[in-house]
Write a protein that binds this ligand. Structure first.
Ligand code: C6P
Length: 414
């Protein structure tokens, strides 16, 4: 019988690609446990961007001289990589945006304003990041649609038993949910929600900001209509993100930003729109950043998304096991086997900002705050949490240092 071994990720070797991890903070090795906010950047991406700026850079889609063609090829090559990364049927369905936030705003405005009205329901979730919550709340208000949410249970998982009663309240037109919660790490049942959304005649909008960097994504298997993610959370530069959208929907939608590049023709009386994806890419895009996004996709794809997912699963299982031994720490969210590499917790009697400040003195970077999920914080009955989040360069020793650091926090402030 053939034995298949699943390749493991070598975090120690990967660490050598990240310059900042070699630095000392307060005389101690740096433990970066805040990758959910943004990841560090490997030399491969930085070198490639420098090379691009030095030898292939000018504006794209405008001129025919050699350098311009090279720039356009680099930019469009990145689009193909993004499309392949999420198994999009066509690269024309991939729109470069500034970020996940802009991608989600694009859908809320360009689809929502034309398709929502009184009697319609927009359904988000209680654990949504503000980027997939506030635009829908705002557009629902502007159009007269009803804004509803799917609540979570005490483990931070969606209570899907409310769906039937939601459907009775009106015509469900939008379901918007993150694939992975940035605060709790919950892996949400997006396929199920997409199937339900389609039964209602609604569109399914997926925020994959915390999923795309960490697990394989297949928009066709998910069955969604739109999917948003950001380059800076997956080893790429900031300032660029992507929206994948189903072609029929994108074709029908009005533009979001207006100006150069997104037009077919302009006259005093009338303007017509460019073809996809350019209809949604007004003005000069983040050219070298999109190119760097493509290189980052190559970088993490070479490590392997399954290997990344397994690595983070091992780390989160280890971290939750260690934190469970501290009866003065409250951990939020589902068990380790149903979450991604994110752990939110609170130390009894100590504000998360103080926890993160003291951990910084130990050379450990974590985030303390509401993580742009205030409705979730309200549900948890806290104003903030401390959050540790992992990536390809995280090692178990850093989890040990976090636990040691928390003992020190308790000793000084608990
Ligand atoms: N979350 C965090 O520390 P932008 O900023 O547009 O690239 O990503 C927004 C966003 C959208 N959805 C989810 C699930 C996210 O986690 C984020 C960004 C960071 O959790 C900054 S608040």
């Amino acid at each position: 019988m053939a034995v298949t071994t699943q390749p493991k990720l070598d975090a120690q070797r990967i660490r050598a690609d990240f310059a900042y991890l070699e630095e000392l903070v307060n005389g101690k090795p740096f433990a970066y446990l805040d990758s959910a906010v943004s990841t560090q950047k490997p030399r491969q991406v930085l070198d490639a961007m420098r090379e691009f700026y030095e030898h292939s850079y000018t504006n794209v889609h405008r001129s025919v001289y050699r350098l311009a063609e090279r720039a356009t090829e680099g930019f469009e090559g990145a689009r193909q990589k993004v499309a392949a990364f999420v198994n999009a049927p066509s690269e024309r369905e991939v729109i470069f945006t500034r970020s996940s936030t802009e991608a989600l705003n694009l859908v809320a405005y360009a689809w929502g304003l034309d398709n929502l009205g009184k009697g319609d329901l927009v359904v988000v979730t209680e654990l949504e990041h503000h980027s997939n919550f506030v635009p829908w709340q705002y557009v629902a208000k502007r159009t007269g649609a009803t804004f509803r949410h799917i609540p979570i249970d005490d483990q931070g998982e969606l209570q899907l038993d409310v769906l039937d009663s939601l459907a009775r309240e009106g015509t469900v037109k939008v379901v918007a949910n993150n694939l992975v919660s940035n605060s709790l790490g919950t892996i949400n049942p997006v396929e199920k929600l997409a199937a339900w959304a389609h039964e209602q005649g609604a569109i399914m909008v997926v925020d994959a900001a915390q999923a795309a960097p960490h697990r394989p994504i297949d928009v066709q298997a998910l069955g969604c209509d739109f999917l948003a993610f950001s380059s800076h959370k997956m080893c790429g530069p900031s300032g660029v993100g992507a929206l994948w959208g189903r072609r029929e929907l994108l074709e029908e939608m009005s533009p979001f930003n207006l100006g150069g590049e997104m037009i077919r023709s302009v006259s005093i009386d009338k303007t017509t729109w460019n073809e996809l994806p350019y209809k949604f890419e007004a003005g000069t895009p983040a050219i070298a950043e999109a190119y760097g996004f493509g290189v980052a996709i190559d970088y993490i794809s070479e490590i392997g998304l399954e290997a990344i997912e397994r690595h983070e699963q091992e780390l989160v299982t280890y971290a939750m096991g260690r934190l469970a031994g501290l009866d003065w720490v409250t951990v939020y969210g589902p068990p380790a086997d149903r979450r991604a590499g994110i752990v939110s917790f609170n130390v009894d009697g100590v504000h998360p900002h103080d926890v993160s400040q003291l951990l910084d003195w130990e050379g450990i970077a974590v985030r303390g705050g509401h993580h742009c999920t205030q409705p979730l914080m309200t549900r948890l009955g806290v104003s903030a949490t401390t959050r540790a989040s992992f990536y390809v360069y995280t090692i178990p020793e850093e989890v040990d240092r976090l636990v040691d650091g928390l003992h020190k926090v308790k000793k000084s402030l608990g």
